[in-house]
Structure formats: C-alpha cells, structure tokens
Design a protein around this ligand. Structure first.
Ligand code: SF4
Length: 351
C-alpha cells in the first residue's frame, strides 16, 4: 500500500482504535481521533481543504505514541508516522503553527528543542571504545540521569566518553523539519567518527530508536553498536560487574513508547528491577498497551496525557515509580509525581 492508500484506509475506517488514543481523550474532538487526523491529512494532500494553520494544527494532535497500532486492523499502518510525513509537507509550504515554529527555531539556533544555549561539542574529541550519549532532555532537564549513569559506569570500571551538546534530530523530524534533522544527524555522525567509539550507550529511548532505526533507513551508517541503557545495565549485572543492595519495595514501571512499542524492549528494565530485589507491579495498561507520558508530541495538551498516566500509575499502589526515559521522567515531574529513571535507582543501590 502507498502512503496515500494507507491514509485512505485509515480515513475510511470506523475508528476502531479510537479508545486507545490518548490525544482523542484529552482533545475530545472527532478531528483528533486517529481516523479524524487521517481524514484531515488526506483532504489536505488532495487539495480539498486549505493548507492553513487551523487544519495543520490537527496534524500535530498526535504523540506518535503508536498506541493505536495495537487495535488497528490494517497491517503496516502507523498513523503517527504517516502524520509526520504530512507535517513535512506543511513545513515545506510554510504553514507552521506557533508551538512548532518555536521548537524549530530553537533547534536551528541552539541544536536542542528547549530554547536554551548550551556548550557546543569542541574538537578534538576524546577517543573511547564506549561513548555515552545522554541526549537533550537528560542534558538540559534531567541532569541527575547523567550523573547516575556515570556513577554506574565508574563502579563497573567502564571508561566512557560523554558526548554532550548534540541532538539526534528526533524533535526536528517530529515537527516535520527534515532539513534540521539531517543537519543534526550529520553532526552526530561526525562526532562519532572522531571518538572512534565501538559502542554507543544511549539513555533516551527516542534517541535510541532514531540512531538504531531511523538513521539506517535514511542511509546514515554510524558504524557503532547502539545499546539502550536498560540493556547495558542488565548486562553489567549479569556479568557481575556491579553489585547491588536489595531494595525491598513495590515498584511500578512505566514503559516508554519508544522503548517498548517501537523498539520491543519490555523485559530488560524489569529484569534490572528484579535484580535489585524489587517487586514489580504493573499498571492496568502496560507493556504494548501502556499509555504515553505525553512527551512524544511536544505540543498542546501533552501534560493532560501525563496526568492521565499519573493516575494509572498511582492506582497500582506502588511505593516507587520508575521509567527508563528522561522525557517520561520530565513529564511526570511536571505532574508532581516523583518518578526515577532506572539509572538513578541503580546508582542508589550500588554496593
Ligand atoms: S499514535 Fe498515539 S496519539 Fe497518534 S493517533 Fe495513534 S494513539 Fe493517537
């Protein structure tokens, strides 16, 4: 099926997946339902409705969380990804809504989506077999994740170069800005070449998805093995490189969409938690059915989605809440739910 065929199938479908879409729930409009968004996208591409900000705004009422994929009756139809392609057309035509314009502007000026200047990578870069790439959110919003990860690496006797000041390009492509994405990806490629790293340790699931899947799809070969922190930590524990004290508490684990649904990593973070002696309790919506934290959209009403997920996590009765994603942690912090990253819990449990 071509992208247009897929959009047509989604637009004509009686919205079988609508109950799974957190954006429809918070917007409470027909146009924000998965099929509703597909209809707007299709009509825009067919020239039946105008490319104006009111219509384009609907394209961004999607977190690209993939939750609607589970109940979707069509094979290989991912509405979130189709909408990103249509956002590119909106950007090409210069129809850019204010929230998106602010993120694009920040990425173009500062190489991050948060509108903050940060130190740029300076040559020469330290050569190291292991390169740790924390990503923009850990660097600018959740710095404790970086110190925790470094503490774990030091305890395990692993020497790593910490690669800061770069963005993987995920926010740019999400906004539909392919040009910025390619520029940011080029910078990552050049930095990794200079580091001569063999393994790239990544803490952010969206960076992990991009560096592992999206880059190769666009012919960008980083020539390194990319590993998410949860898998890396589990291997350190299995190899006996780090010893931990048991924490006897009940913990609820929140599956980040990019790590779970998009990359299929569900068991590794849970195994790390079990290794710490924790009792893992599951929210009603978990693993492939987990509700998004709202961080995937970076646009209006994302916080309402985080609040919905907060309630689901609290209903487990757990004493601790853990995730494996800086953006999920940041979103839950905004709702005043204290959620730790896996790295932080692990660092605190080190013998
Ligand atoms: S990807 Fe997520 S936000 Fe987008 S339509 Fe599907 S469920 Fe809704």
């Amino acid at each position: 099926m071509t992208a247009m065929d897929k959009l047509m199938s989604c637009a004509l479908c009686p919205n079988i997946c609508r109950f799974a879409c957190p954006m429809e729930e918070v917007w409470a409009t027909e146009s924000s339902s998965p099929s509703g968004k597909a209809r707007t996208a299709l009509l825009l591409l067919q020239g039946q409705i105008p490319w104006n900000k009111e219509n384009v705004k609907i394209l961004y009422q999607c977190l690209t969380c993939w939750a609607s994929n589970e109940p979707c009756p069509f094979e290989d139809l991912i509405i979130g990804d189709l909408l990103v392609e249509v956002r590119k057309e909106a950007v090409k035509r210069g129809v850019i809504i204010p929230e998106v314009a602010a993120i694009m502007d920040s990425l173009r000026k500062y190489d991050n989506p948060y509108g903050e200047r940060r130190a740029r990578v300076k040559a020469p870069l330290k050569e190291a077999e292991l390169v740790y790439f924390p990503g923009c959110t850990a660097e600018l919003r959740e710095k404790e994740i970086i110190s925790a990860t470094i503490a774990v690496l030091q305890k395990a006797g692993v020497n790593a170069h910490v690669l800061k000041g770069l963005c993987c390009g995920w926010p740019a492509l999400q906004m539909g800005d392919e040009e910025s994405f390619l520029r940011l990806a080029k910078r990552i490629e050049r930095a990794l070449e200079a580091c001569k790293g063999k393994v790239l340790l990544v803490g952010c699931p969206s960076c992990f998805e991009y560096l592992t899947k999206i880059y190769p799809e666009r012919g960008i070969d980083l020539k390194v093995k990319v590993v998410h922190a949860s898998t890396f930590f589990l291997n350190l524990l299995k190899d006996g490189k780090i010893l931990v004290k048991a924490v006897r508490e009940r913990v609820a684990y929140h599956d980040p969409c990019a790590l779970g649904r998009k990359m299929g990593i569900y068991d590794e973070p849970r195994e790390v938690l079990h290794s710490l002696g924790l009792q893992v309790v599951e929210p009603e919506k978990t693993r492939e059915f987990a509700t998004c934290c709202g961080g995937g959209g970076m646009v209006e009403k994302s916080l309402k989605v985080a609040q919905k997920r907060k309630k689901e996590l609290l209903s487990t009765g757990a004493e601790l809440f853990v995730t494996a994603c800086p953006t999920c942690k940041m979103m839950f912090n905004k709702t005043k739910l204290e959620v730790q990253d896996l790295s932080e819990l692990l660092a605190k449990s080190l013998e």
